[in-house]
Design a protein around this ligand. Structure first.
Ligand SMILES: NC(=O)c1ccc[n+]([C@@H]2O[C@H](COP(=O)([O-])OP(=O)(O)OC[C@H]3O[C@@H](n4cnc5c(N)ncnc54)[C@H](OP(=O)(O)O)[C@@H]3O)[C@@H](O)[C@H]2O)c1
Length: 262
């Protein structure tokens, strides 16, 4: 068995939404290192350009706001003008909203559900033809949705729409996988735990405190996230379909619950 090529992405074309920073950038870095040509998308053109410049000529900025269906279609059209196929789509761009139950506003639902649930669906729909062109029985195309452990278990924060959106995306991953497998497009998801980013300021600014509650006693690293994404994107992950891989140092699946009898 040639395990050297098992995780390689040479010649593959990838698009990572929200790839300019945080978890998206960790995945972009990993894909580029494995030989892929990677398009980095987010709203801020300058941030995309900076990331692309830092990661080399196989990394290309393609800025778009994908919070609307029109925005998703515009990004897909822009990519279609440059490439005849897409091998890997990572739906990573996401938003959160925290506010007490009593005042939690409708816009805190719309913003989060639009970007975290509707955009992965409508962007994948808009890129369907390109993904079909990229996928074959021998080498399926991949759609990887970045969900969250907040879709698998509760945390103390009042992030009502975020919890619901991530749980919805975990289930949507299965439903889309069931439809798209016949087009040789495998849909999966990664549910991250605590990774340092602008969104997870607690992990970024108070990593030591956050680590205490994690069975592995540390927050996630760039390699933890890149490694999982490379696995799912490459030949190594071809037989994983519809599933969510939890990457959280054991919080969801290896934490001991408290005793109810003292
Ligand atoms: N960090 C964690 O601990 C953690 C844990 C579990 C799950 N996640 C998930 O991981 C994903 C990435 O989160 P992160 O922590 O890396 O957050 P982040 O640092 O805030 O990054 C979010 C990325 O999405 C882009 N983005 C935001 N709104 C957008 C829009 N309307 N259109 C296009 N791009 C947009 C941002 O760039 P612009 O501002 O330029 O648009 C940025 O590149 C999210 O889905 C999040 O829910 C994170």
């Amino acid at each position: 068995m040639d395990t050297n090529s098992l995780f390689r992405l040479d010649g593959r074309i990838a698009l990572v939404t929200g790839g300019s920073r945080g978890i998206g950038r960790m995945i972009v870095s990993g894909f580029v290192a494995q030989g892929a040509k990677v398009y980095v998308s987010s709203r801020k053109a300058e941030a995309c350009e900076e990331t692309a410049a830092a990661l080399g000529e196989n990394c290309i900025a393609l800025p778009h706001d994908i919070s609307t269906v029109e925005g998703c279609r515009a990004l897909a059209e822009d990519l279609a003008a440059r490439e005849a196929r897409l091998d890997i789509l990572v739906n990573n761009a996401g938003a959160a909203w925290g506010e007490p139950f009593e005042t939690f506003p409708e816009k805190g639902w719309d913003k989060v559900m639009d970007l975290n649930v509707k955009s992965p669906f409508f962007l994948t729909q808009a890129l369907h033809a390109l993904l079909k062109a990229g996928g074959s029985a021998e080498r399926p195309a991949k759609v990887i949705n970045i969900t969250s452990i907040d879709g698998q278990r509760l945390n103390p924060w009042e992030t009502y729409s975020y919890h619901a959106s991530k749980s919805a995306l975990i289930y949507l991953t299965k439903r889309m996988a069931a439809r798209l497998v016949r087009d040789h497009i495998n849909v999966t998801s990664i549910a991250p735990g605590a990774f340092a980013s602008d969104m997870n300021k607690a992990a970024r600014d108070h990593g030591d405190a956050v680590s205490k509650a994690i069975p592995a006693k540390r927050i996630g690293s760039d390699e933890d996230m890149a490694g999982t994404a490379i696995y799912l994107a490459s030949r190594a992950g071809d037989y994983v379909i519809g599933d969510t891989i939890t990457v959280d140092g054991g919080l969801v699946n290896a934490s001991l619950g408290g005793s109810i009898d003292g």
